[in-house]
Design a protein around this ligand. Structure first.
Ligand SMILES: [Zn+2]
Length: 1017
């Protein structure tokens, strides 16, 4: 017998590791995840960004792969021929950098390897060779992926330093070059001074993309001939400069720059200028305090303006001296106010007079609008400072005030009469014109500066911006290329859709990008073999390489004599050239000629070409959100440049990262959990569910041990139910198990209800899965389906049912539920599937559940809902009145009320009338319903009832022309007594229409459709 509590059944402890091993072995044996072209089936090609094997996987790495795997498994169950392959990214500095840190004895890193990941000492010693690191962790990560149950076709595995892969990347670059997209030039890049290498996101500690901006250096002249350059992002405010700020305690240097000018800048600035292609010779040093109080000439108005002391000026920002525009910069305004107040405290600056007046040069409706001759000048900065009630320079409100004023003036401000020929111009226009003018006049120069510093290279060195000369760049700035990228993006599915705008922005904003490095693993740049193609440039079209990789004969896969003829022998790779890839991937060239040139058979070339045509384009690309701004955008760019439109990618899926108990995972917090250790401890399925169920796609998932325990116990329940069910089943024998029996048998309301609800869930969960709303899907599978099952158990227990239909109903329910859980928790699902006697060797072949329309039963759903609502009403009443009842009388509404209810439902749903007056008018007009004019309250209540019901309930009731409430209530009498306190409480059900009913308090007149009235004795 199925009991309504789990406790009465002893949990059989699940041997997770045995179950996992068993199914891994079965999947391998059956080669379930190996995909080859099958023209009778629709294909689905799904990839996820391949890992750098430079450290083992921890929990944080698992989310993207797990999501992609659940997606792959779902599509497989939907009947697609799914290809889900994996490779390993050896290229570039991530592995090299790790190796160097080991060689230099980096203590933190060594301890992480030793104590967190338990790497043996011998292995660690070997890591000074980059390739040893790569192969060690390659193996580790692969084992972790297998243990997680990822449904990968491992025959296609490769590394990015495989010989043929290098040929493929050379082909990619030759193809881009032919299209004019590889350019040589001088451009700013993030740079590691130690490695003498450009750096981007994957070369830095913490995966930070060096982000830099173009500052304008405006030159102010000291009377001794030296120039003080100041960096600004707002060159238009040069008209409002009142003074400069210099840090009295910073050591500056006098330099000779480019043989023609002498500047005073901070030491750091002198170094940065060198990287920006300036010739810098340091002459002497000077403290800031030595120039405080001196005057410089401003280059536009030719006014003499003072240098004031300011400790907030940082030597590492810009040149270490900045201009002050108190009319428009709240910080400057406040600093002057503070200095006026405090100057007497500075003994060293005795005699320094602070007497500057803000100059207003930009007007806008909100912050300043007056003629420049207006005698009462309140500057925009002063105004916004009073609006934000800023107290002093330390006030955090100052930042907000600054941001608001800057953006307000940029979009709405106009230049005033004191800005010469720019008067009346919008700031957004004047800004560029002024910049160009002062640069061409020699008053200003450009300086690139990191805006997210410090950015550290993986070798530990702080990065700078460097102008790289005569170097190779991929020209993502090309306008036509951007157009194609937008075209592709517009046609693609972006999941979740809200991230699309970010892609549009990145496509517009990308410019030339350095594509090679002097060091690291990878492919030599075919145009210039001194350089190695970097890791974000050799990872953009490799999805197509998975097709080719299957055909290399040393690829870990055992191959029969027969199929070896259709393989490229590894020794033969040297002979392959660009014509091979032109033919396979683009369909260009003559196959006989390609075969002759490359020394392989025509049939082999055609087989690869056919496979490419079958699997391409890529149907879904999965990646973490941090790769939107580079990898995922480059992926779009390179596909549209190289492949025909029909082979452009179709979908990108982006997910957020994983937090550990609400915190970012980091070595210093000590909360990194190696993935393989976690699998041993908690099981792969529980980890998979914890990663996918805790957050919507873009949110960060919070991995917590409480959550994982909760999930484990849910999975235990599912396993227990399967075992219980298998016992019930064996009691009745397996001959019962067909739906023919179900349709012929006399089913009970709760059987029909459970299966009807199941159809609704299948509809909802399928819709969630189609949009990869996995959190919602899992919630429905684990919790909503569970609630239904609990209710079903309550009902059959109260009715003392012990018939074979229970087993039939449960078999259908469990069968569907476990198939929906299968993409997420593959191990337990296979095991349960076997226990309940599923027909196929693997649950994958059982397919994704399809809605059975015949099982939809609105009457059953309405009936159970009525009982559920009534129980909750009863319990509320009993709680409030504190009665211990002996008798409960339930009155269902009269027939005429039901007819009116139906009419009101039609007004609301079909005619969209919800107003009481309108509805009342209609009802009174009709002689059949006119009598309601005596009872407006009833109508008001019915309208309220309907409007407070969920849409699905309203729609369901619209279709029910008549619903008998008495039958289900009689059916559930026993449960109603139990839920009201005990089995001895007598339950009586009357219709309001009955003439001889027991109704001592005339309660029946309060009954409404779907809202029976209750009387308790
Ligand atoms: Zn470095």
């Amino acid at each position: 017998m199925i009991n309504n509590t789990n406790n009465q059944y002893n949990h059989k402890k699940i041997e997770w590791s045995l179950i996992e091993e068993k199914w891994r072995h079965k999947w391998d044996e059956q080669e379930i995840f190996n995909s080859d072209p099958d023209f009778s089936k629709k294909k689905y090609f799904i990839t996820v960004a391949y890992p750098y094997p430079n450290s083992p996987q921890h929990i944080g790495h698992g989310r993207t792969y797990t999501l992609a795997d659940a997606h792959a498994r779902y599509m497989r169950m939907k009947g697609y021929n799914v290809l889900f392959p994996m490779g390993f990214h050896y290229t570039g500095t991530p592995i090299l950098g790790m190796s160097r840190r080991i060689a230099s004895g980096d203590k933190e890193l060594l301890e992480t390897f030793q104590y967190i990941y338990h790497v043996s000492e011998d292995a660690i010693k070997s890591f000074v060779e980059p390739i040893k690191i790569a192969s060690y962790f390659h193996n580790e990560i692969k084992l972790g992926m297998k243990e997680m149950g990822y449904s990968i076709d491992w025959r296609r595995e490769f590394t990015t330093i495989d010989k043929l892969y290098s040929k493929f990347i050379s082909w990619q670059f030759n193809t881009l070059r032919k299209k004019g997209l590889i350019v040589q030039g001088s451009h700013p890049v993030g740079w590691c001074p130690k490695d003498q290498n450009p750096v981007s996101q994957h070369d830095t500690i913490g995966d930070v993309e060096p982000d830099f901006n173009e500052y304008i250096l405006i030159k102010f002249k000291l009377d001794d001939g030296y120039i003080i350059p100041t960096a600004t992002l707002r060159p238009e405010t040069i008209y409002g400069v009142t003074n400069l700020w210099v840090n009295p305690n910073v050591e500056y240097v006098r330099i000779q720059i480019d043989n023609n000018e002498r500047w005073i800048v901070s030491k750091e600035a002198a170094r940065k200028l060198e990287f920006l292609n300036h010739k810098v010779a340091i002459k002497s040093s000077i403290y800031g305090k030595e120039i405080v109080g001196k005057y410089v000439e401003d280059p536009i108005r030719k006014d003499s303006i003072p240098l004031y002391p300011a400790s907030f000026v940082e030597s590492n920002n810009g040149t270490g001296i900045v201009m002050s525009v108190p009319g428009h910069a709240p910080y400057d305004f406040q600093a002057i106010e503070d200095l006026k107040k405090n100057i007497s405290l500075h003994n060293e600056f005795v005699g320094l007079k602070v007497d500057v007046t803000p100059i207003t040069i930009i007007g806008s409706d909100d912050y300043y609008y007056a003629d420049v001759n207006d005698s009462i000048l309140i500057s925009p900065a002063a105004k916004i400072i009073s609006k934000f009630k800023v107290k002093d320079q330390e006030d955090p409100q100052l930042e907000k005030a600054t941001n608001e004023l800057y953006s307000h003036e940029y979009y709405k401000g106009k230049m005033l009469q004191n800005t010469g020929k720019y008067v009346g111009m919008p700031v957004s226009v004047a800004k560029d014109m002024i910049k160009n003018e002062i640069i061409s006049n020699g008053i200003a120069e450009i300086m690139f500066e990191l805006i997210n510093k410090p950015v550290r290279c993986r070798c530990g060195t702080e990065c700078v911006v460097k102008i790289l000369n005569d170097q190779w760049f991929i020209n993502y700035g090309d306008k036509n290329w951007k157009k194609l990228a937008h075209e592709c993006l517009n046609k693609m599915d972006i999941v979740p859709e809200e991230i699309r705008q970010e892609f549009n922005y990145v496509i517009d904003w990308l410019r030339e990008r350095a594509c090679a490095r002097k060091s690291g693993l990878g492919t030599k740049l075919p145009l210039d073999e001194d350089w190695i193609i970097e890791s974000l440039s050799d990872s953009v079209i490799y999805m197509s390489y998975y097709i080719v990789a299957k055909y290399i004969s040393n690829n870990n896969n055992s191959i029969s004599e027969d199929s070896s003829k259709l393989m490229i022998h590894v020794n033969n790779v040297d002979a392959l050239n660009d014509s091979f890839f032109d033919y396979i991937l683009l369909g260009n060239g003559d196959v006989r000629q390609v075969a002759a040139e490359c020394n392989i058979s025509i049939s082999l070339i055609e087989a690869i070409r056919n496979e490419f045509s079958y699997f391409y384009p890529l149907d879904a690309r999965h990646s973490g959100r941090d790769l939107v701004q580079n990898h995922l955008s480059f992926f779009i760019f390179n596909h549209v440049a190289i492949f025909a439109r029909e082979n452009w990618p179709r979908k990108i899926v982006v997910n957020g990262s994983v937090l550990m108990e609400g915190k970012k995972m980091s070595k210093s917090l000590g909360n990194i959990i190696p993935l393989r250790a976690a699998i041993k401890e908690y099981s792969a399925d529980a980890i998979r569910l914890a990663m996918l169920s805790s957050a919507e796609l873009l949110q960060d998932a919070d991995f917590s041990f409480d959550a994982i325990k909760g999930i484990r116990s849910k999975l235990d329940d599912i396993y227990d139910i399967a075992l219980e069910y298998s016992m019930v089943k064996s009691k009745f024998g397996s001959s019962l198990f067909s739906s023919i029996i179900l349709s012929e048998a006399k089913t009970e309301i709760e059987d029909r209800w459970l299966l009807s609800r199941l159809q609704n869930h299948i509809t909802d969960i399928t819709a969630s899965m189609d949009n990869l709303r996995v959190r919602k899907a899992l919630h429905d599978i684990l919790y909503l389906l569970d609630q239904d099952l609990q209710w079903y158990r309550k009902r059959i227990t109260a009715k003392n049912r012990d018939d074979s239909l229970i087993a039939v109903t449960l078999s259908i329910f469990l069968d569907n539920r476990i198939r929906m859980l299968a993409p997420f928790a593959p191990f337990i699902s296979e095991e349960v599937w076997e226990i309940i006697g599923g027909k196929y060797d693997s649950i994958i072949f059982a397919g994704w559940p399809i809605v059975d329309e015949d099982k939809r039963d609105p009457v059953a759903e309405e009936s159970e809902q009525l009982i559920i609502n009534l129980i909750s009403d009863l319990q509320n009443i009993l709680k409030v009145t504190k009665i211990s009842p002996t008798k409960i009388i339930i009155y269902t509404s009269a027939r005429w009320k039901q007819q009116i209810y139906q009419k009101i439902l039609e007004y609301i749903l079909l005619e969209n009338k919800t107003n009481f007056g309108d509805i009342m008018k209609e009802l009174v007009k009709d002689p059949e319903t006119a009598k309601v004019k005596n009872d407006p309250k009833l109508i008001r209540n019915m309208i309220e009832d309907i409007l407070s019901d969920p849409i699905e309930a309203r729609n369901r009731r619209l279709k029910l022309t008549f619903f008998d409430e008495i039958f289900p209530l009689n059916d559930a009498k026993k449960l109603l007594s139990l839920e009201s306190g005990n089995a001895h409480i007598e339950i009586i059900v009357h219709s309001e229409d009955e003439i001889q009913k027991y109704d001592p308090r005339e309660k029946s007149k309060y009954s409404r459709p779907f809202k029976p009235a209750i009387y308790i004795e």
